[in-house]
Design a protein around this ligand. Structure first.
Ligand SMILES: [Zn+2]
Length: 162
């Protein structure tokens, strides 16, 4: 019986406040995982950041917010500008006209990235522009749209109406 190299599977593992849900698209050449934080937020984290203990929450830890206390959904707002997400603003130094897709002159490739909760996640670089846009859109759907949906449906608005 030979030892066969199996792809690392961290699904179900816990690292601090993070529970690994499933593999995410690699960040550059690094394996990455979609994780759910105890506060309910979902983040993409690189394997080595999880295993080294470098990343143990979505970013809510250490911000002074106490997840689960007060209005539900409030901790989602920390570090993320909801209005900017809604507008899907194209930054001025963006080279493609598509948010999160930049042309890397040195590499001759398109790089996809996404900002979430004040952090930038790299989604890989692509020779085809359409592939980079696709990678960005998938990440957007996974992160931003979920964030906005939960924010819109959170107790903040209900509290305002009450
Ligand atoms: Zn969190």
């Amino acid at each position: 019986m030979g030892y066969s190299r199996k792809k690392l599977n961290l699904a179900g593992q816990r690292y601090g406040r993070l529970t690994v849900l499933r593999p995410a698209e690699n960040i550059g050449s690094r394996t990455a995982w979609l994780c759910r934080c105890d506060c309910g937020n979902e983040v993409v984290v690189r394997t080595n950041q999880l295993r080294s203990g470098h990343t143990t929450s979505c970013g809510c830890k250490g911000t002074g917010a106490t997840p689960g206390v007060g209005l539900p959904g409030l901790t989602f707002v920390d570090g993320t500008c909801v209005e900017m997400l809604r507008a899907k603003t194209v930054r001025r130094n963006n080279t493609s006209g598509v948010p999160g897709v930049d042309w890397l002159t040195a590499k001759g490739r398109w790089r996809a990235s996404i900002c979430f909760k004040g952090k930038r996640y790299y989604l890989g670089s692509y020779t085809a522009f359409a592939d980079a846009v696709e990678a960005r859109k998938e990440a957007e759907a996974a992160l931003h749209d979920k964030f906005l949906a939960e924010f819109a449906g959170s107790g903040l608005q209900r509290a305002a109406n009450g």
